[in-house]
Write a protein that binds this ligand. Structure first.
Ligand SMILES: [Zn+2]
Length: 296
């Protein structure tokens, strides 16, 4: 649930409008703070204005190595340095990256803009995908049931961003293991907030691991202070990553696991999953228990 969709508006206002706006802002700030929960701060997207030039930028924090941002805008008497929606990437922690520049066509006339953005962890890839058999994302000898499978109606609906995700019901504090080797490109472990409400969507702790075919594994709802890996660490399949939890938008303690890739236009597409068992590869189906063999 790393999707952020925010809208901003900049207009030239007269004095009365400014006063009204100030009153509205004051009211809305009070309203927001009453029910607000922290956002995932791995990536900030904002605007800077220098004279009449506007830059929409992204800024990564110390917990993410790769992000892709798409920016759309509605312009009046302005032009964009890139066709819209513009897609930009951020490759590194604590990095500032301009995504797109907006400029008045005629700066003597009124100009304004609205913009919206969406960002995802990772970089776009068009590599051909070979089928892959994943290990179950828990320790050898462990056995857990699937509480929601691919296409699940709670939050894995077909056509959505999580259609091929699998939820494993597990008590908080269960060791989560890498389902496939890769590089840790994003982590969050500081949240203690969660519950059955979409307002907690941005509050999940997670580890994201990049695989060598350009896909990413997303291990989510982890326990606060439960991370066992660092950003930039190379992990082997089966290696411990974190302790499971119940943070973010979640109805019960579980691990949400999905593997996704980003398209050139920054769409998040999950891939269908199959897992190794003693009896051969299987899909993980709702209500079934799965055992990770200690020989795997
Ligand atoms: Zn899920």
């Amino acid at each position: 649930m790393d999707l952020v969709h925010v809208e901003f508006n900049k207009m030239k206002l007269n004095r009365i409008q400014l006063i009204l706006l100030f009153v509205c802002l004051k009211l809305s700030v009070v309203e927001v703070s009453a029910a607000s929960v922290p956002e995932d701060s791995a990536l900030q997207v904002g605007v800077q204005e220098k004279q009449a030039q506007v830059v929409v930028f992204a800024q990564s924090n110390a917990n993410i190595l790769e992000a892709t941002v798409s920016v759309n805008a509605q312009l009046t008497n302005m032009s964009s340095s890139l066709p819209l929606p513009a897609v930009g990437t951020v490759s590194g922690a604590n990095l500032y990256a301009p995504i797109v520049y907006l400029e008045p066509v005629d700066s003597r006339q009124p100009w304004n803009y609205n913009y919206q953005f969406v960002w995802h962890k990772g970089l776009p890839s068009s590599l051909e995908l070979e089928p892959w058999i994943y290990q179950f994302p828990f320790a050898a000898g462990g056995q857990f049931s699937v509480s929601q499978g691919a296409g699940g109606r709670d939050s894995h609906q077909y056509g959505g961003e999580n259609e091929n995700a699998i939820d494993f019901a597990m008590p908080e504090g269960t060791t989560v293991c890498a389902a496939r080797s890769g590089l840790v490109i994003a982590i969050k472990g500081d949240s203690d907030l969660g519950g059955p409400d979409s307002k907690y969507e941005q509050c999940a702790n997670y580890v994201v691991v990049k695989h060598n075919d350009g896909t990413y594994a997303n291990y989510m709802h982890l326990k606060r202070n439960g991370l066992l890996v660092k950003l930039g660490q190379v992990v082997q399949a089966g290696e411990s990553l974190a302790l499971s939890g119940n943070t973010g938008y979640s109805t019960e303690p579980h691990l949400h696991f999905d593997v996704y890739r980003l398209t050139a236009s920054n769409e998040r597409k999950t891939v269908p999953l199959r897992f190794q068992t003693r009896g051969g590869p299987v899909e993980a189906l709702k209500g079934q228990f799965y055992w990770r063999d200690s020989s795997q």
